[in-house]
Design a binder for this molecule. Structure first.
Ligand code: HEC
Length: 372
């Protein structure tokens, strides 16, 4: 498809970039103590935005509906079942039933393109409003309530800095998408019992963490510890009331931050390590990668559900293809090559054959069938 893989890659890399930029922003706000001094609501709106972006990443991951997307989301929607009482309903709510299917993709699509963005827009608006109200906190040695430094207008210095970084990001994402397009795999096949799902990198730590909790202990690992952690982050400006912002004067805060980052990176690396050192898993993952590569190299073929329906669609979309289809039928090529040229046991598919042979080669092939 014209520019298909470029646009898809831009979208997929952009999602990862979004998570990275968000983590950097959160880290800076924490390390600089910029949440201090009457910025509680500002911090809260940031926390909700963070959750919304993670939700956006989660709902978007299913939408390519390839093997990777399908099985990773099957795991993701199954995880909440460890939560007592509401767990099972939560899973059914997300999946639109007990199993993954077309209802799941409808729900995820609506959440991804309508609900989630609506909330994000609203929250970004409130985040900026609250930020303007509280004012910038300034450098780490500033008093967050009454900064000594004179305030500076947003234009021109800050605008220039923001624009430069944005331009750099767009350029980087563009180059990456152009030269190293994001992989897409074969369409989801729920019957595949061998497939080993792996989430996107930013969910790897949670994925690994969930592995350690089974049976009765699961409630502690899946529910209690994450809830406490989230509560601690959300409530941070309410219990950390001191106005001291310099990181070196806040040893407990900095130690907690470093510990948390080490835990996340450690869990993510551990997940990778375990995969590489279990030979059967490593083999299956390599096989999946090879299948993805092969699928990505093949020319685009629209999925044809039935011959007659496909022919009608083709006629609507492309008159030349419709003419070709008429030839296919009047010359009885479809007797061997199947309706719409989808291929049969007797003869190969003709869909996408123009990518395989040049017009000259095709002409030769048809005029002198024995020559090739
Ligand atoms: C009697 C069955 C039969 C009919 C009828 C038939 N084909 Fe084929 N066609 C084949 C088979 C078998 C092959 C594969 C030959 C091979 O691989 O060496 C083939 C190969 C081809 C190929 C090459 C495909 C590829 O991917 O290598 C083209 C193009 C093609 N046919 C076009 C046509 C057209 C156009 C018609 C109608 C005018 C037609 N065929 C009618 C049996 C048939």
């Amino acid at each position: 498809m014209t520019a298909g893989s470029f646009l898809r890659s831009l979208h997929a890399y952009g999602a990862s970039a979004m998570v990275i930029v968000l983590l950097l922003h959160l880290s800076q706000t924490f390390i600089y103590g910029s949440y201090k001094g009457r910025r509680e609501i500002l911090w809260l709106s940031g926390c909700v935005l963070f959750a919304l972006v993670l939700g956006k990443a989660f709902t978007g991951y299913l939408l390519p509906w390839d093997q990777r997307a399908y099985f990773a989301t099957a795991v993701g929607t199954n995880a909440p079942t460890e939560i007592p009482i509401i767990g099972e309903s939560l899973k059914r709510l997300m999946r639109g039933g007990t199993e993954m299917g077309t209802l799941t993709i409808s729900r995820f699509f609506v959440a991804h393109v309508f609900l989630n963005p609506a909330f994000i827009f609203a929250l970004v608006g409130s985040h900026i409003f609250l930020f303007r109200k509280a004012g910038t906190a300034g450098p780490a040695d500033e008093n967050p309530v009454a900064p000594k430094q004179d305030p500076e207008l947003f234009y021109p210095r800050q605008v220039l800095m923001d624009l430069s970084l944005t331009a750099l990001l767009i350029l980087g994402l563009g180059l990456l998408s152009f030269f190293a397009p994001m992989q897409i795999g074969p369409p989801a096949n729920p019957a595949d019992a061998q497939y080993i799902p792996r989430p996107e990198w930013y969910y790897l730590p949670i994925f690994q963490w969930l592995k350690y909790w089974h049976g009765a202990a699961a409630v502690v690992g899946v529910l209690m510890i994450p809830t406490l952690l989230v509560l601690a982050v959300v409530a941070l400006p309410f219990f950390d009331r001191s106005l001291e912002r310099r990181p070196w004067k806040r040893p407990i805060a900095m130690a907690s931050y470093i510990f948390l980052i080490c835990m996340l990176v450690g869990l993510g690396m551990r997940s990778n390590y375990v995969d590489r050192h279990d030979s059967s898993v490593a083999q299956q993952l390599a096989k999946q990668k090879a299948e993805e590569n092969e699928y990505a190299k093949k020319p685009f073929e629209p999925e044809l559900s039935s011959g007659t329906l496909a022919a009608a669609n083709v006629a609507l979309a492309d008159p030349l293809a419709a003419k070709g289809n008429t030839v296919l039928e009047t010359q009885s090529c479809n007797a061997c090559h199947g309706d719409g040229g989808v291929g049969t046991a007797a003869a190969p598919a003709l869909v996408g054959v123009k990518y395989k042979f040049s017009a000259q080669q095709l002409e030769n092939l048809l005029k002198h069938p024995t020559a090739t």
